[in-house]
Design a protein around this ligand. Structure first.
Ligand code: ATP
Length: 216
């Protein structure tokens, strides 16, 4: 089974990293691939460049064998589309290997606006992680798809290559990259929300308005 967890990671924080380890444990896979997106089609300009986000991810997962980085979206020209990434992975893995995409409810809420979203269930399973905040609109297409294709057990993910939707409710840390960027902009420390090497890199590069010589 191959598991990917995509995001902007602007910057990567302990909420992302803990979730990736929880998923790895729950799905019983040795490795989860973190897939930073290049130019997020549904978002504005990122606070750090693709290279800077990738550098921070590398620092964050260094020495952790359960987490690896797949930088294929950064290597592609133009926008990152999940369907393209999954199609590429499917051709590498072959038709039978289970492929799982992990996504939070906040991101899944706009699933029906992703490019070629209807093709995604034919390429991968989708694990939707419940995050605090507004529930999915029950009349919306993402909620309907989730209901139609829902499986309750993890076995369903292991015994076929794609097409199942599983909701998981793992313990989550209440951390967001937006909150971290705001904190830094306001001159407050984000320490213990991000790995120390990530914070040092943010300061070294003066990202998100951080003061390189600040003494916190
Ligand atoms: P932003 O605040 O900039 O929107 P974010 O912290 O939500 O960023 P993203 O890179 O946008 O992070 O998220 C990537 C994925 O990680 C999404 O599926 C999102 O739901 C999930 N995610 C983000 N923060 C957490 C968290 N604290 N715990 C678990 N999952 C998270």
């Amino acid at each position: 089974m191959h598991v990917i967890y995509g995001g902007t990671f602007d910057p990567v924080h302990h909420g992302h990293l803990r979730l990736a380890l929880e998923i790895s444990d729950r799905l019983g896979v040795g490795v989860v691939s973190l897939v930073p997106c290049h130019i997020p089609p549904h978002r504005g300009q990122t606070g750090a460049s693709s290279d800077q986000r990738l550098d921070m991810l590398r620092l964050a997962v260094s020495g952790e064998p359960q987490l690896q980085i797949d930088d294929r979206e950064l290597a592609r020209e133009g926008a990152s589309y999940t369907a393209d990434t999954l199609r590429q992975l499917r051709s590498e893995l072959g038709p039978d290997e289970p492929l799982v995409m992990v996504v939070g409810t906040d991101a899944f809420a706009s699933f029906d606006r992703w490019r070629e979203w209807q093709a995604i269930p034919d390429l991968a399973h989708v694990v939707v992680v419940r995050r605090p905040g507004p529930a999915l609109d029950p009349t919306g297409k993402p909620a309907q798809l989730l209901a139609e294709r829902a499986v309750t057990g993890l076995e369903a993910l292991h015994c076929r290559p794609c097409g199942a939707f599983l909701e998981l409710d793992p313990p989550l840390l209440d951390i967001s990259a937006t909150g971290i960027r705001e904190r830094i902009r306001d001159g407050r420390s984000p320490r213990y929300l991000v790995p120390d090497p990530v914070w040092w890199e943010i300061r070294r590069q003066g990202l998100y308005g951080a003061c390189p010589d600040g003494n916190f």
